[in-house]
Design a protein around this ligand. Structure first.
Ligand SMILES: NC(=O)c1ccc[n+]([C@@H]2O[C@H](COP(=O)([O-])OP(=O)(O)OC[C@H]3O[C@@H](n4cnc5c(N)ncnc54)[C@H](O)[C@@H]3O)[C@@H](O)[C@H]2O)c1
Length: 325
């Protein structure tokens, strides 16, 4: 077993940080959380965390850091960490603008550190298996893709509904997951059409959105995203091809061939996906693996959101190549 790597957690008092703490502190973890950073005073006192990046970087520097702060803060934090020689696993969405995302990627490349966008669905075992089976031709040529990340979440008092902090509404929030999952299963996206549903929460951003997209190979996809509607589905994504289908369910996946449906996998397990992701991040840092999610994937997800935002404003299909920093 290689020695564990020192890890800092930025935004340590937050919701998703709780999951990262549990997973990184697990006995199987390749990391050891040695430092926490939190700006909010009550959470900071409870955790014994450092107040800011200055305090983190003036001491012995960790090998890596997880950035689990609100989206508008990601770029400044990641650039400073990169310049200090710290590898970065940054929560989704990578950034609220393409210019910020490019600055982050540039800083990491210039410093020779790894910057990975956290994208848990790529690390769900069933999703990895589905991607492999699609690539092997199990469902023939993929033609249709369906995804829904919908559920009731009251965003009235959370930063998620403040576009200056979040970069927008459910499109960038749940959309960051949707887009990366779609690209992982279906390949590069060429163009996108987005529309909002009726706004059901007293917020200034969209709380329900439907996105249609076309991939470079001509396949057609749809993603429904909502903080205000629970569609009650047992599955979150499906790919339909010329020879069959793959459906990714919360409790298990299944493959449909001419013989009928065959179940596989164990469903969605958030902490297992986070654990897989951390193990992969450690392998990448140690040079033992190529990143399963690279700079191009991270930038493409930001481009996709930008193109979808433009589509919402202009009411037309928008190509991802129209988006420039
Ligand atoms: N992967 C997932 O499934 C998932 C789920 C939820 C949230 N997220 C992402 O995780 C990030 C955090 O979301 P959250 O819901 O946990 O938010 P949160 O508000 O619960 O937590 C963020 C924490 O960061 C702290 N903070 C803010 N600015 C800081 C700074 N400059 N330095 C240090 N700490 C700072 C806040 O005080 C807060 O404790 C977002 O990017 C979000 O999109 C990912």
């Amino acid at each position: 077993m290689p020695e564990s790597l020192d890890l800092a957690l930025i935004g340590a008092g937050g919701r998703i940080a709780g999951d990262w703490l549990a997973v990184a502190n697990h006995a199987d973890s390749p990391f050891r959380i040695t430092k926490l950073v939190e700006t909010e005073t009550v959470a900071r006192a409870r955790l014994g965390a450092l107040p800011d990046l200055d305090a983190l970087l003036e001491g012995e520097r960790p090998a890596a850091a997880i950035v689990a702060t609100p989206p508008a803060t990601h770029a400044d934090i990641a650039v400073r960490l990169a310049e200090a020689g710290v590898h970065i696993l940054c929560e989704k969405p990578l950034a609220t603008t393409l210019a910020d995302a490019e600055a982050m990627v540039h800083a990491a490349r210039a410093a020779g550190v790894r910057l990975m966008m956290a994208s848990k669905f790529r690390f769900v075992d069933d999703v990895a298996e589905a991607s492999k089976r699609i690539a092997e031709g199990a469902i023939g040529q993929p033609v249709f893709y369906d995804n829904a990340f919908c559920g009731h979440v009251d965003m009235g008092t959370r930063w998620n509904s403040d576009a200056r902090i979040s970069g927008g509404g459910v499109l960038i929030d749940n959309g960051a997951h949707a887009i990366d999952l779609a690209r992982f299963l279906m390949g590069e996206v060429e163009r996108v059409l987005a529309a909002t549903g009726p706004r059901l929460q007293p917020v200034e951003v969209e709380d329900s959105v439907r996105i249609l997209f076309e991939t470079c190979s001509g396949a057609l996809g749809r993603a429904d995203l909502s903080w205000s509607v629970d569609i009650g589905s047992t599955s979150y994504a499906a790919v339909h091809g010329s020879e069959g289908s793959i459906e990714l369910g919360w409790k298990g996946a299944r493959l449909r061939t001419r013989e009928g449906w065959l179940p596989f996998g164990g469903g969605y397990d958030k902490h297992r996906a986070f654990g897989n992701q951390l193990a992969h991040f450690a392998d990448v840092i140690r040079g033992a693996a190529d990143p399963r999610i690279g700079d191009d994937d991270a930038l493409a997800s930001v481009r996709f959101v930008d193109a979808a935002r433009r589509s919402l404003r202009e009411g037309r299909w928008c190509r991802l190549t129209e988006v420039h920093a």
